[in-house]
Ligand binder design. Structure first.
Ligand code: NDP
Length: 460
């Protein structure tokens, strides 16, 4: 595998891909290691993750540089991801004991009957992951999986392989046995080779298209399958924001939600609906904000927008623009590819006069591009927000909390945002609906995902 820097096309490193036989060997090793790993006291597994955390803190700058070099993520945003990781690790370290505690549900001396629920690890977990927030989405899976006594085979995206190998290095340095957590090098075919093993669960983060293929590949095997997939996340800006945060602040906040990480976030704002009373003012502030974003070299501290990790995505974005324009949309900003060698990204793009018939308002863009649509009222906004196969997050910006709550109760999404967007909390479940996935990571639900119940019926 050739790892290249998407900003300048330079080769960073060449790596040897895993093969079917090396994947098999890693699987066998993970299987053998699982019992001993699960038998260690939880406190020892917690201590390993704590040491892993200290390693991340110590090496933050180096890890941020590696991530920026191979993904093109602006360096300040790479540092933010690594800083944000610490709170997630703390959450998992603190919460696992509480979740794993056996629960006595009946203890009846008269019947001489005791009933207890205990939780056991699933076994060997396949963790196939994405490149856009590799530390977040990887650790959402392998950290609770390891804490609950599973062993993990981690298949990072080929676009974040060096980062994946760093995760392995730090976990092993922290005391996790090399067979309890192993990293695979390679593309989709290596992921397929992993799925051929007798794994006990597949935890996938990536696109709906790949998630569907994986679900179909393992469908009949009766193993735990969890999917964290893409989104087409809407926000609605109601007219009463003028009485609260104000239109300008909301435009700035939502522009950041749409363009942060070059728009390559699963929960990036991907569709904006604005009440007609404030539409013109909102669009004017929004466009000014986007014009002010500093574009440049991802390695530069000042850069906010850099390059797309996968330049193939430029063609997807261009197709969405062409489709929208053909159906009557108007480009308010951007719209053209930029950068050397045929383009490394697309200009930050704002599209108006959009509607639900356009790919731009239906299919995940996953780039620095947004469509903004004017709506008459709350009812129209809600109906358009739900007009999607996806259901990851949805946000309402309004000053009246009751109005916001009523609308959010009606959205078909796993996360509901009132006056915020593009936000993830370790304490709340991260769960998609529809094409955005099945199951939850993070929160106590994201720990329970890695265990299976055993019901004890004890008489005597
Ligand atoms: P992909 O679906 O392209 O790839 C995800 C992973 O699957 C990669 O490791 C990939 O390998 C691997 N893979 C590809 N084909 C197969 C196969 N047939 N069998 C097994 N594994 C396979 O997604 P991206 O990496 O491009 O990530 C972007 C997507 O992830 C977006 O849709 C985004 O919204 C979503 N995402 C969702 C999140 C959530 O929490 N809901 C969080 C982050 C991202 P390789 O890349 O090496 O080919």
């Amino acid at each position: 595998m050739k790892v290249t820097n998407p900003a300048n096309g330079k080769l960073i490193q060449e790596l040897k891909d895993d093969t079917l036989s090396s994947v098999e060997a890693k699987y066998q090793a993970a299987r053998r290691a699982q019992g001993a790993w699960a038998a260690r006291p939880l406190s020892e597994r917690q201590a390993c993750i704590e040491k892993f955390k200290q390693g991340v803190i110590r090496d933050t700058e180096k890890l941020a540089r590696i991530m920026t070099d191979e993904t093109g993520k602006p360096i300040s945003q790479s540092r933010n991801e690594l800083k944000g990781l610490i709170g997630r690790l703390d959450f998992f370290i603190e919460s696992t004991a509480k979740v794993l505690k056996p629960e006595v549900v009946l203890d009846d001396p008269a019947q001489k009957l005791k009933e207890t629920i205990t939780l056991e690890p699933l076994g060997v977990i396949a963790n196939i992951s994405a490149w856009n927030y590799p530390w977040f989405v990887g650790s959402n899976v392998y950290v609770p999986a390891l804490l609950t006594g599973n062993t993990v085979i981690y298949k990072p995206s080929e676009f974040a392989t060096l980062t994946g190998l760093e995760m392995g290095r730090l976990l092993h340095e922290a005391g996790v046995p090399s067979d309890a957590f192993s990293v695979l090098v390679g593309g989709g075919e290596v992921g397929q080779a992993l799925l051929k093993q007798k794994i006990d669960g597949v935890f996938f983060t990536g696109s709906y298209a790949t998630g569907k293929k994986i679900s179909e590949a393992v469908g009949g095997r009766m193993i735990r399958v969890q999917m964290e997939l893409g989104g087409k996340d809407p926000v609605y800006i109601a007219d009463d924001v003028v009485n609260g945060a104000g239109v300008k602040a909301v435009a700035e906040g939502t522009a950041d939600g749409a363009f942060y990480n070059n728009g390559q976030s699963c929960c990036a704002v991907e569709r904006i609906y604005v009440h007609e009373k404030i539409y013109d003012e909102y669009v004017s502030h929004f466009v000014k904000t986007v014009e002010g974003f500093v574009s440049g070299d991802p390695a530069d501290d000042k850069t906010y927008l850099s390059v797309l990790t996968r330049s193939q995505q430029i063609a997807v974005l261009e197709d969405q623009i062409a489709d929208a324009v053909a159906k009557g949309a108007k480009i308010a900003l951007g719209g053209k590819r930029k950068g050397p060698n045929g383009g490394t990204t697309i200009e930050p793009t704002v599209v108006l006069n959009v509607n639900s018939s356009m790919k731009l308002m239906q299919e995940e863009s996953f780039g620095p591009m947004i469509g903004i649509q004017k709506v008459r009222d709350d009812a129209e906004a809600l109906s358009l927000m739900n007009d999607s196969e996806y259901g990851l997050t949805a946000g309402i910006f309004c000053t009246d909390r009751t109005r916001g709550k009523n609308l959010l109760e009606g959205v078909h999404a796993g996360s509901a945002y009132w006056n915020c967007c593009d936000r993830v909390s370790p304490r709340l479940p991260w769960a998609g609906r529809g094409h955005s996935g099945v199951g939850a990571t993070l929160s106590t639900y994201g720990i329970l995902a890695f265990v299976q119940t055993k019901g004890w019926h004890e008489r005597g």
